[in-house]
Design a protein around this ligand. Structure first.
Ligand SMILES: Cc1ncc(COP(=O)(O)O)c(C=O)c1O
Length: 379
């Protein structure tokens, strides 16, 4: 990571700007590697959180076997940037996207995996791979309770799909994949831990059922930040895919997953106007996003917590947003126009996605700048 203007004071930056505390980031990265190492599982972080090649390379340096992404275009960015192993954890149906992905993997000599939860998906993946003379690794997505994508674990769909994949000359059954995003709705840490254990048990039971029918499951991939952080057991799991952990955010704090000192990402903003009720900052929904939390969760009031650089412990709520303005309830505090505030967002992934770069800071100094290489990847 290139060091730019190392003596620049954070307080002098143009605002709004997304800050990433380098020491906290490194601690979060190291923690994921340690969890994977001690559990004896592979780490495949979800790169939708940072969308940055520099951070992806750092994750790989620290032991990640590759990345998870949500979009074909993200996969292409990371493959072109030299990441050698990418899983697109989103059902792909469009043969143009599937074709681009296969070609990119081939050009880069990289391993590419995809997921599916339907016969329609298997057909789209299989026919495209066959046309291109490729063999594509496909994992079957299992719905462990989020009810977003995935086959019902109580039925026979996983077995049917695994068979269909195995029987296709251009596909290879890569295993099972789950994401217990409903953990974000849990009331406390103990409840998150229960969700993690239910996910593990469901995946182990599925693996055994497939094995009993003669289908080996080479990879059992689970993960979200809360469940990976809270889990006590990983037996039967072979891979974890946390994403948000690299930055953490107020949602993780509210779940008891992270402490305030584990939040790596914040937004520096300037107070541009003050009225009786609110201090108005120059960061609105186009910087902080209107997201109250992952998976539509609204466990937190407002859109983040603000504090002045001088008094970081005196917290105020960002109560509402318009596109370019944020409303801070100052509750009579004597905030001044021009003052800098640091905002801790509810959901760090959506904030990073809206920015073109991230400013690395150490203490109060600028330590570098990172491009959000896949920021505009929508397809
Ligand atoms: C399929 C999948 N895997 C992993 C993750 C990572 O979850 P988190 O950001 O909670 O770490 C996500 C997040 O949306 C996901 O959708």
């Amino acid at each position: 990571m290139k060091k730019l203007a190392s003596d620049a004071d954070v307080a002098n930056l143009e605002t709004p700007v997304v800050l990433v505390d380098r020491r906290v980031l490194e601690r979060n990265l190291a923690r994921a590697s340690a969890i994977a190492r001690s559990a004896g599982v592979a780490l495949r972080p979800h790169a939708k959180t940072h969308k940055s090649l520099a951070l992806a390379r750092r994750q790989v340096e620290l032991g990640a076997i590759g990345l998870t992404v949500a979009k074909t275009s993200e996969a292409l960015t990371f493959l072109a940037g030299g990441v050698g192993d990418v899983t697109v954890a989103h059902p792909l149906l469009d043969r143009r996207k599937i074709g681009r992905l296969i070609e990119a993997g081939r050009t880069q000599g990289a391993a590419v995996r995809v997921i599916c939860d339907s016969a329609v998906g298997v057909e789209a993946l299989g026919s495209t791979a066959a046309e291109l003379g490729a063999v594509l690794d496909v994992l079957v997505k299992v719905d462990v309770g989020l009810h977003r994508c995935g086959v019902d674990p109580s039925g026979s769909d996983a077995l049917d799909l695994a068979r269909r994949i195995e029987e296709h000359r251009a596909l290879c059954f890569g295993g099972l994949v789950s994401h217990a995003g409903h953990a974000y709705r849990a009331e406390d840490l103990a409840a998150v831990r229960r969700v993690a254990e239910e996910e593990r048990q469901t995946m182990v039971a599925m693996t055994e059922r497939l094995a009993a029918k003669g289908i080996a499951v080479p990879c059992v991939s689970v993960g979200s930040t809360p469940t990976v952080w809270a889990a006590e057991r990983f037996d039967g799991v072979t891979e974890i895919r946390p994403g948000n952990y690299i930055f953490m955010d107020l949602t993780q704090v509210s779940l008891g997953i992270a402490g305030r000192d584990e939040l790596a990402l914040s937004v520096l903003a300037t107070v541009v106007s003050v009225n009786r009720s609110f201090a108005i900052i120059d960061a609105g929904s186009k910087v902080l996003s209107s997201d109250r939390g992952p998976h539509g969760s609204s466990r937190l009031a407002g859109y983040g917590i603000a504090a002045s650089l001088a008094e970081p412990d005196d917290e105020m709520t960002v109560v509402s947003l318009s596109e370019e303005h944020g409303f801070i309830a100052h509750e009579g505090r004597p905030l001044t126009i021009g003052e800098r505030l640091r905002i801790w967002p509810n959901h760090a992934c959506t904030v990073a996605n809206l920015s073109r770069d991230l400013t690395l800071v150490e203490h109060r100094s600028v330590a570098g700048r990172l491009r959000v290489d896949a920021a505009a990847c929508t397809a």
